[in-house]
Design a protein around this ligand. Structure first.
Ligand SMILES: *Cc1c(COP(=O)(O)O)cnc(C)c1O
Length: 371
């Protein structure tokens, strides 16, 4: 699905120089590389504060801790996302309220969100799924109307630019009260191990979160709140610092690959290609995900695997039907879109090193199976 080797070859020397700098100083934890990457990312995103941490799941958890939500508070999020989004809500003894998504964008549907708001609702977590920005204008409006926090799960969307109706452009992750991302190797900005970060424009929240990631300490060995230990290590920061300079290039290559895929697949009666609006700056194609309609999706997965083409089903089970999150009181009829999508979606290989020939080969096999 990704070509990390090809990507490494291209930036090998820069990464090794950056690595060597950390190795020669041996400041493996909270070294200068972490601070440098943090500042570079603040500048890139146009956000006041980036707080690096150990992974994307921690980033989401810490963001929720930072907002001081209380057990029993309700947090609305998408039924169709990676489990980490809802896992952290449950871990903190908050109540996840899962809502259905838009069949075109696969993202949380603002109308459905509004219907799910109760007096106990405290926050919304939109996920920029597969790299496409959620409808943040509508979500932020709802948040304002009902005094809710907005926490963006930007693990799949880093580098996407969201454009408001008035033309104002803001990077995803910097659109809500707080944003969270992951630097898992296969993400659009991936480290060579685990990593994550939290973003906010709120000075007080940033200060509070900087303590949370460091055992609740604001002064050495004085623990004011119960925190966690969640750090981005210096070697990962050294890689990320190099790769951040290429993020726009990587995302542009992904977009080209996506347009190329779509030009070869759209119009086929069994295929719905990904929806994008305008010039698709708000989509960074973390995944290139098709819907297969009126044909055997699982058969296609098997057929592609038999031809050594990697593909994935993200995600095969709606969160509301996962054992860990199943609630018998929740009505299946609330999720017509997610219940359908889990049977239709298939993600094809997507990365910045895909060639035209590879895409032609892959799409050829998809079409020959469906023919
Ligand atoms: C990858 C991912 C996460 C978790 O990130 P990790 O770094 O693996 O903990 C959270 N949410 C979404 C939507 C993701 O894709």
């Amino acid at each position: 699905m990704v070509d990390l080797k090809g990507q490494y070859e291209f930036i090998k020397e820069e990464v090794q120089t950056s690595f060597n700098k950390v190795l020669s100083t041996t400041s493996f934890i909270n070294g200068p590389a972490v601070k440098e990457f943090q500042e570079d990312l603040e500048h890139y995103l146009g956000v006041k504060h980036v707080i690096p941490c150990a992974n994307g799941t921690d980033a989401l958890q810490i963001a929720l801790m930072g907002l001081k939500l209380q057990p029993g508070d309700e947090v609305i999020t998408a039924d169709f996302t990676f489990a980490a989004t809802v896992e952290v809500i449950s871990l903190l003894q908050l109540k996840p309220v899962l809502v259905d998504v838009d069949p075109r964008t696969f993202n949380i549907d603002p109308q459905v969100i509004e219907a799910a708001i109760s007096p106990k609702t405290k926050a919304i977590i939109p996920v920029h799924l597969f790299g496409q920005a959620a409808n943040m204008q509508a979500i932020n409006k709802l948040a304002e109307k009902y005094s809710l926090f907005v926490i963006e799960d930007n693990a799949q969307g880093i580098g996407a630019t969201y454009t408001y109706d008035d033309g104002n452009k803001i990077k995803t992750g910097a659109l809500g009260h707080v944003g969270a991302t992951s630097f898992f190797p296969s993400k659009n900005l991936g480290a060579y191990g685990d990593g994550g970060a939290i973003f906010t424009n709120d000075d007080d929240l940033a200060h509070f979160i900087r303590g949370i990631v460091n055992h609740g300490m604001y002064k050495r060995y004085y623990h004011d709140v119960v925190g966690v230990n969640s750090r981005l290590d210096s070697l990962q920061a050294a890689v990320l610092k190099v790769k951040l300079n290429y993020l726009d290039f990587y995302n542009e290559r992904r977009k080209e690959a996506a347009l190329n895929y779509s030009s070869l697949l759209s119009g086929h009666p069994n295929i719905v290609t990904p929806f994008t609006s305008g010039n698709c700056t708000s989509h960074v194609f973390h995944q290139y995900t098709l819907r297969i309609i009126g044909a055997d999706r699982d058969g296609l997965v098997q057929y592609l695997n038999d031809h050594e083409i990697p593909c994935g089903v993200y995600y095969p089970v709606p969160l509301h039907n996962q054992k860990a999150y199943f609630d018998p009181k929740v009505n299946q009829d609330n999720f017509p879109v997610t219940n359908k999508l889990v049977k239709e979606v298939i993600s094809l290989p997507m990365h910045s090193e895909l060639t035209k020939e590879q895409i032609k080969f892959i799409t050829g096999k998809v079409i020959s199976f469906l023919a």
